[in-house]
Design a protein around this ligand. Structure first.
Ligand SMILES: Nc1ncnc2c1ncn2[C@@H]1O[C@H](COP(=O)(O)OP(=O)(O)OP(=O)(O)O)[C@@H](O)[C@H]1O
Ligand SMILES: [Mg+2]
Length: 311
C-alpha cells in the first residue's frame, strides 16, 4: 500500500497553478425539427451547464484532493470571466486574475441535443503583451507564499513568460511541474517534472520504436532541455517516469473506462499536491496513476477526492 500524507498535511500545502484557463459551457436541449434555413437540426436549449477547464480544472483537482490552490491567469472582461470567477470562488480556489479587455475568455461551447454533441464552438484569441507582463509581476508576488508551481500549458499564449517564471521558482527553491504543449520544450528548461502524453512527446522526439528507443529519446530530451524528470502518461498503458534514478513504469489501473477527458489534469494535480507535501516522486507518481485510473471511471466529474485516493 502506498503511504499518503494526512489530510491535515495536505491542507497546509499551497500549489500555485499558472496557465491557460477555459470555461466549458454545455447547452443541452431538444431537437424537434430540421431548420428551414439549412440542413441542420434546430436545438431548443433547455439547460446550461458550466465547468472549469484547462488550468482551472487542474486547480480544481488540487483543491478537491485537499491542498490549497491559487490560480494565476489572464481572462477577458466578459460574461465568461464573471462565470469563471464565480465557479472558482464556489470551489474555494484562490485567484489572481489579470484582465485584458481585448481578450475573449476562452470558452468551449458544446451544443448537445438527443444526448449527442452536435457542434463545439470555440471562442479565443491571444492575450495582450502588457497583461502578460503584469502576470509576471503577479507571479513574483505569489511565489513566496506557495510550496510548488504547476504550469498548465494549453498553448493559448498565457505562458509567454514561462522561462523567466521557471527561473524565479527555481531560485526560490520551489519544485516546478509542467503539463507541456507544442514543439519547443526549451522554454521549459529548469523544470522539475514535465508530464507529456504520448502524442505530445512524439511531437518533440519523433515516434519511437519500442522501449529502448523511447528511453534513448527521452534521455536525450532531458539533457537537451535540462529537465529533472519526464513523466510520460500513456493512457491505457499507464505511465512511465524517466529521471536520474532510471525508468519506473506503472501499469494503468482503471477497472472500467467511461470518460478519459481530463485524466491528464488529474494526474498532474495529484502529483503536485503530493510533491508539495514532500512525498518522494516515485510514490507520488504511483498515486497520481491511481488517481488517473479513478477519474477515467467517472462520468461527468473529472476530479478525485482525498478519500478516494487514500482508499
Ligand atoms: N483508457 C485508459 N485506461 C486506463 N487508464 C487510463 C486510460 N486513459 C487514461 N488513463 C489513466 O490516466 C492517466 C493520464 O491519461 P492520458 O495519458 O490519456 O493523459 P492525457 O492525454 O494528458 O489526458 P487529457 O489530455 O485527456 O486530460 C494515464 O496515465 C492512466 O493512469
Ligand atoms: Mg493532457
Amino acid at each position: 500500500m502506498n503511504p499518503i500524507p494526512s489530510k491535515a498535511q495536505l491542507a497546509a500545502r499551497r500549489v500555485l497553478v499558472v496557465g491557460d484557463v477555459m470555461l466549458d459551457r454545455y447547452w443541452h436541449g431538444a431537437v424537434d425539427r430540421i431548420s428551414p434555413e439549412a440542413p441542420v437540426p434546430v436545438v431548443r436549449v433547455e439547460r446550461e451547464e458550466l465547468r472549469l477547464g484547462g488550468a482551472a480544472n487542474v486547480a480544481l483537482n488540487v483543491r478537491t484532493l485537499g491542498a490549497q490552490a491559487t490560480l494565476l491567469t489572464v481572462v477577458g472582461q466578459d460574461e465568461a470571466a464573471q462565470q469563471l470567477r464565480q465557479l472558482l470562488h464556489q470551489h474555494d480556489i484562490a485567484t489572481v486574475l489579470r484582465d485584458d479587455k481585448q481578450l475573449h475568455t476562452i470558452v468551449k461551447l458544446r451544443v448537445i441535443g438527443r444526448a449527442q454533441q452536435l457542434i463545439r464552438i470555440d471562442f479565443e484569441n491571444e492575450p495582450d503583451h502588457e497583461v502578460l507582463s503584469q502576470m509576471l509581476d503577479a507571479f513574483e508576488e505569489q511565489l513566496p507564499s506557495h510550496d510548488l508551481v504547476l504550469f498548465s500549458d494549453y498553448g493559448k499564449g498565457g505562458l509567454t513568460h514561462i522561462p523567466r517564471m521557471i527561473e524565479l521558482a527555481r531560485q526560490a527553491g520551489k519544485p516546478v511541474l509542467i503539463d507541456p504543449k507544442g514543439n519547443d520544450y526549451r522554454r521549459y528548461a529548469g523544470a522539475s517534472v514535465i508530464t507529456p502524453n504520448r502524442g505530445e512527446l512524439a511531437q518533440v522526439t519523433g515516434p519511437w520504436k519500442g522501449e529502448p528507443d523511447l528511453l534513448a529519446k527521452v534521455d536525450r530530451l532531458r539533457s537537451e532541455i535540462d529537465v529533472d524528470a519526464v513523466l510520460l502518461t500513456r493512457s491505457e498503458e499507464g505511465m512511465t517516469l524517466f529521471d536520474a534514478g532510471g525508468v519506473t513504469h506503472e501499469p494503468a489501473r482503471a477497472r472500467e473506462v467511461f470518460d478519459v477527458t481530463g485524466a491528464g489534469d488529474t494526474v498532474i494535480a495529484t502529483l503536485a499536491a503530493l510533491l508539495a507535501a514532500q512525498l518522494p516522486l516515485e510514490q507520488a507518481m504511483r498515486l497520481a496513476n491511481k488517481a488517473g485510473g479513478i477519474v477515467v471511471g467517472k462520468f461527468g466529474t473529472a476530479t478525485v477526492s482525498y478519500e478516494e485516493l487514500a482508499a
